[in-house]
Design a protein. Structure first.
Length: 305
């Protein structure tokens, strides 16, 4: 009898609980259904967004690996600004522009300064970009200092500031030793004098050349002008020495290429395969045919007793 009574009580408790749940679902069932649908939609949307981000990351890195020119690299970080590849693309672009600008400064100052100015702006942005990897910011600061040096007309304060920022922000950086070395050299004053001289250096004037002369269909680097510039720089350095320079070295190209040197000029070294050997009498085949040699004249004896 007791067990039957307990069973009836349990059934009553279960029925009461089911009735309460029923009333709750009748009252809040629609809201619960809507909440479940929203949660499911958010979960599906998050999954799709993550897949889309990964796909865009792969596209950005693929574009970066396939880019070779600064313009292509600029397109990568402009089209994928939120990707992890964007700061690396801009860094590589800035470093390429820095290299191109330094090379162009020897022949075309305007084009060189334009490339260096674009590189400087990109380095400045990357050095202050907190979301960029540490290595990107270190290389950006080092590149910024080099760009400031290359654009200097005698003042090296901006370059020194960039090197100092690198040393202070990244005391364990790979570039620390080089930055400290450049700080010492810039503080000595010799670099400032060089940049002041280089800013006023008279570049060779561009010549009217055909594509065949430049070695490229759309123009190219004037190698002859570059050689002339190197020769001129060598002559300038020789003029500062104690030994006077010869008059024949005043031009951009040394004598001997297609023209003979003037008297007094040191002889040019012989070519690797000379056309003719120096004129040395060869020994005759038949010793008997050799004409008798006149004895060498003896010095006159002193007949003075």
């Amino acid at each position: 009898m007791d067990s039957q009574h307990r069973q009836e009580l349990q059934q009553n408790d279960l029925s009461v609980l089911l009735q309460k749940l029923n009333r709750f679902l009748e009252k809040h069932g629609n809201r619960i259904s809507i909440g479940i649908c929203l949660a499911t939609a958010l979960l599906v949307g998050w999954i799709l967004w993550q897949r889309n981000v990964k796909a865009r990351e792969q596209v950005a890195w693929s574009q970066l690996s396939g880019s070779s020119s600064p313009d292509d690299l600029e397109d990568v970080w402009k089209k994928n600004p939120d990707s992890t590849a964007a700061p690396w693309a801009r860094l590589v672009e800035a470093e390429q522009r820095l290299t191109n600008g330094i090379q162009s400064m020897f022949l075309d100052v305007e084009a060189g300064r334009k490339e260096l100015d674009q590189a400087r702006k990109s380095f400045e942005v990357l050095s202050e970009l907190g979301s960029a990897p540490r290595m990107v910011r270190e290389r950006a600061l080092f590149g910024l200092a080099r760009a400031e040096e290359s654009l200097s007309d005698g003042s090296t304060q901006e370059a020194q500031k960039a090197y100092q920022r690198l040393v202070e922000r990244f005391p364990d950086s790979f570039f620390k030793d080089k930055a400290e070395q450049r700080l010492r050299e810039l503080a000595s004053g010799g670099s400032a004098e060089f940049y002041q001289w280089f800013a006023k250096f008279d570049r060779p004037k561009p010549k009217d050349q055909s594509p065949r002369d430049t070695g490229a269909a759309g123009g190219g680097l004037d190698l002859e002008a570059l050689r002339n510039l190197a020769e001129q720089a060598r002559q300038d350095s020789n003029s500062d020495s104690d030994e006077p320079a010869s008059e024949e070295t005043d031009g951009l190209s040394p004598p001997g290429e297609g023209e003979s040197a003037e008297p007094g000029t040191p002889a040019e070294p012989a070519p690797e395969t000379p056309a003719t050997e120096p004129s040395v009498p060869e020994a005759p085949a038949d010793p008997a045919a050799t004409p008798p040699q006149e004895p060498a004249a003896e010095p006159a004896a002193d007949k003075t007793p």
